[in-house]
Design a protein around this ligand. Sequence first.
Ligand code: NDP
Length: 247
Amino acid sequence: MGKTLAGKVALVTGGSRGLGAAIAKRLAQDGAAVALTYTSSPQKADEVVLAIEAAGGKALALAADSADVEAVKHAVAETVNTLGRLDILVNNAGVIAFGLIDQFSMDQFDRLVAVNIKGVFVATQEAIRHMGEGGRIIMIGSVSSDSTAFAGVSVYALTKGAIASFTRGLARDLAPRGITVNNIQPGPIETDMNPAEGDFADGLKKITALGRYGQSDEVAGLVSYLASPEAAFVTGANLKIDGGFTA
Ligand code: NDP
């Protein structure tokens, strides 16, 4: 049986570590050629590319800070120039900063909005210029857009709430072109951003019905489904994968 994404090209923002690296590898395993962006970890990005190539796939690492409009535009253009087309965009790159509202600086606020919202807008606007029927926009939002388990994450939650709303509106905008738009909202997933042995880990595990962190590969499996032709009727959905964190 042929691979579900054979002949397709995907761009995963923030693909050097964590969820993005797992997603890039999974889409490559499904047959897509994959471009991935990074900002501070060229070596890790190269490792992801080498792992994909060692498994027989095709990949490309691109330095592009999601907060930098021109860099994001360039990454989309480079993906199309080098890999020939663009079918799937995974808006995964994201940052978090903790702080109660009275302690949160404007610089922190601007950075979260620039990476988590503006970067998603620019990548999406550029990517859809190249997408045809069957295109896929997949956001990596967060359960925090619907549920805030503890204090100090209000601005992060604000940015992820924006992504949930953006997803619904975009699904309407792009449906006539046969492009679906969906938002995956993970609960606690073990990555550098949210280590399973970190300060918040015990509290998060207690709230989670399954009593454990999720793994990046588990989220990548849902991305794989949404990217596949089988998911053609799923659009405008905000899908939680959170081990019952919000159950
Ligand atoms: P990590 O911090 O482990 O990895 C972040 C990835 O994004 C890295 O590849 C990093 O690149 C890249 N990145 C960070 N900032 C930028 C930027 N400005 N421009 C381009 N790339 C950037 O995070 P996770 O894998 O945990 O998170 C991935 C996404 O999932 C985020 O959107 C996050 O909000 C979301 N999420 C995570 C959850 C979790 O529990 N882990 C839960 C819910 C949502 P580099 O290596 O170069 O720094």
